[in-house]
Design a protein around this ligand. Structure first.
Ligand code: NAP
Length: 244
């Protein structure tokens, strides 16, 4: 069976994906910072690696330690990511902006660069977690949305370079999925509960099953981008400010 490496496997979409791919018989490399959570996922088909995705040396040491068959990665799921804050740009924290860029952009391209030669050798694939925030601006989305627009465009540009290699690259672009995402963004469980209340949002399992579907399509068939929303979410009108 093939091997998938999933970043951000300690919560939400990543954790649900570990279970979905392992249940489907894949070998799974599950990564994230919280080692205690990774331990609960470890098993015969799941090998865990605890490291901060922004730390190049820690990432390389962890990946270089992988035993067979986990070392032969066929699919990279670039899922680790976060939003921090909802303040308007003129009031936002520069530290928060840098953390989002370091994690969602710099770390994502770095692990992709590291694994790409092996993915090409095995005619593998990459699934990147972008967001509807890549396409639709919203107040407070400033740098988070911009990082996800980078992820979408990086996906499409990888496709352009990888033509002829058999490697598929997909940008998954969800709207509201109830995970720890809003807790991390706001620092408040109460604020998170209010965001999802009454929405019937997508679940982490919905996204995991979608990624398993993408990953198991016949090899001639590529999904470039996939936008997903709960039925109770849609795009709003343009904001118009009237003077006076
Ligand atoms: P989540 O429940 O907060 O999970 C985020 C994961 O990213 C955690 O496992 C976390 O692990 C990992 N992570 C964050 N910073 C890291 C770092 N420096 N090093 C290693 N791992 C790190 O959020 P989620 O909703 O599942 O988000 C997964 C992806 O989906 C993100 O890229 C997010 O932008 C995207 N997305 C989410 C939604 C949504 O509505 N939930 C919508 C669109 C897109 P540790 O903290 O243990 O390191």
């Amino acid at each position: 069976m093939p091997t998938v490496l999933i970043t951000g496997a300690t919560a939400g979409i990543g954790e649900a994906s570990v279970r979905a791919f392992a249940d489907a018989g894949w070998h799974v490399v599950a990564t994230g910072r919280r080692a205690d959570r990774l331990e609960k996922l470890a098993g015969e088909r799941v090998h865990t690696l605890a490291f901060d995705i922004r730390d190049d040396a820690a990432r390389d040491a962890a990946l270089d330690s992988l035993p067979a068959p986990f070392s032969a990665i066929d699919l990279l799921i670039n899922n680790a990511g976060l939003a921090l804050g909802l303040e308007p740009a003129q009031q936002a924290s520069l530290d928060n902006w840098r953390t989002m860029i370091d994690t969602n952009v710099t770390a994502l391209v770095s692990i992709t660069h590291k694994l790409l030669p092996g993915l090409v050798a095995r005619k593998g694939g990459i699934i990147n977690l972008s967001s509807v925030a890549a396409t639709y601006p919203y107040p407070g989305g400033n740098v988070y949305g911009a990082t996800k627009a980078f992820v979408r465009q990086f996906t499409l540009n990888l496709r352009a370079d990888l033509i002829g290699t058999g490697v598929r690259v997909t940008s998954i672009e969800p709207g509201m999925v109830e995970t720890e995402f809003t807790l991390v963004r706001t620092g408040s469980q109460d604020a998170s509960d209010k965001v999802y209340a009454g929405v019937n949002p997508m679940t982490a399992e919905d996204i995991a099953e979608t990624m398993l579907w993408v990953a198991t399509l016949p090899p001639h068939f590529a999904v470039n981008t996939l936008e997903l929303m709960p039925v109770n979410q849609a795009n709003g009108p343009f904001a118009v400010h009237r003077e006076g």
